[in-house]
Design a protein around this ligand. Structure first.
Ligand code: FE2
Length: 237
């Protein structure tokens, strides 16, 4: 009797894990809405039910983790202007969980190379090309920076242009990842970092011109002129 009960418990456990994996990947915004409203019945609703499945919008797939690299510094102060000098790139998006719910008060730590491809770890300038921002009640974040430069040359090919992120929120494991820019010649197989995800479509953004209110970004009473906007939504596991 005990053996039979143990078998049933173990079998049930495997079934739950299958369901978790199914709903945690390739889930769309539309599907998640169904799953949230159907509650325990999400085993069916999270997959192909209701005819609402879109295969085009991967809204709730966790953002892949990526290499942290050697230049992360903890303790950087909150600041919305990451790299100064312009021309300015506005990076903005929404942080969500795997049910597509916005994650409020998530902390985004950001660091990157300057336009010449240089990182600095200088005690006199600890916040050089680094920043920290929080999401609002709708999970929205934004910061201002400049387009990073590439680094590496000669026998060591240049890494593609990228920005490092460390995203943390209550009761969630921090996500360390990188954002890349479409069209860069060093993406994918040409990236000397063989453990990085620069060919992953969900880590790519295509900057566009600002529109309307995006043209100006005001921080602490100072108004900055925005040249480009890069949108990137992040999904925490
Ligand atoms: Fe880097």
């Amino acid at each position: 009797m005990f053996a039979l009960l143990s078998f049933l418990l173990i079998a049930g456990s495997f079934r739950l894990q299958d369901v978790s994996a199914q709903t945690g990947s390739n889930t769309t915004v539309a599907v998640t809405t169904v799953a949230m409203t159907t509650g325990p019945g999400r085993q069916g609703g999270g997959g192909q039910a209701e005819g609402t499945v879109s295969t085009e919008v991967l809204g709730c797939t966790p953002t892949p983790r990526d290499v942290q690299g050697p230049y992360y510094l903890p303790g950087v102060k909150h600041q919305h202007v990451v790299c100064r000098g312009g021309p300015y790139l506005l990076v903005t998006g929404t942080v969500r969980d795997t049910r597509c719910s916005p994650v409020a008060k998530a902390t985004l730590e950001v660091w990157q190379a300057d336009p010449t491809g240089c990182y600095k770890i200088n005690p006199q300038r600890p916040n050089f090309c680094r920043g920290k921002v929080r999401t609002d009640a709708r999970g929205r974040y934004s910061f201002l920076t400049v387009m990073p430069g590439q680094y590496g040359s000669g026998w060591w090919h240049a890494r593609p242009v990228h920005v490092h992120f460390r995203v943390s929120a209550r009761r969630r494991r921090p996500l360390v990842t990188q954002l890349y820019f479409s069209g860069n010649a060093s993406l994918g197989e040409r990236d000397p970092c063989k453990f990085c995800g620069s060919d992953n479509p969900s880590q790519l953004t295509t900057p566009r011109p600002p529109s309307g209110a995006e043209e100006n970004y005001t921080v602490g009473g100072t108004r900055y002129r925005v040249r480009e906007v890069a949108e990137w939504d992040i999904v925490l596991n």
